[in-house]
Write a protein that binds this ligand. Structure first.
Ligand SMILES: [Cu+2]
Length: 132
């Protein structure tokens, strides 16, 4: 497959000095950036989402079942700082102060046991399985 870039081709033809080429390549970079951002926004909006709260030193709900592709967001609802740490090291949040959140998109089916590294008896589980 051949990919052509007509804008770049025209710029080369009309401005042999190279000045036009430079501004064209800046424009091209901008265009690519915009495409990238647009794609990113689409992805963020496309998948299902779920929320887990952290309150009273507890993940609520403690166990959730989601389909692959779901973005889970943990939100700390209390003044006590918490973290979200996957026991299999798939994800790990920073320390979350009150109202801070952490998100992770689960692409792969499986059971994900996690805990708060500050309060190791504070545990939760995300079960990722395709809808039947
Ligand atoms: Cu904690």
């Amino acid at each position: 497959m051949t990919v052509r870039d007509p804008m770049h081709f025209v710029a080369n033809q009309e401005t042999p000095s190279g000045v036009g080429c430079k501004s064209q390549s800046v424009l091209r970079a901008l265009r690519l950036t915009i495409l990238f951002l647009a794609e990113d926004a689409n992805n963020a909006g496309a998948g299902p989402v779920a929320t887990v709260s952290m309150d009273h030193n507890t993940f609520i709900p403690g166990e959730i079942t989601v389909v692959p592709g779901t973005t889970v967001t943990w939100v700390n609802k209390e003044a006590m700082p918490h973290t979200v740490v996957d026991l299999n090291k798939g994800f790990r949040s920073k320390t979350l102060a009150k109202d801070a959140s952490f998100s992770f998109t689960f692409a792969t089916a499986g059971d994900y046991d996690y805990l708060c590294s500050i309060h190791p008896n504070m545990k939760g589980k995300v079960i990722v399985k395709p809808a039947s």
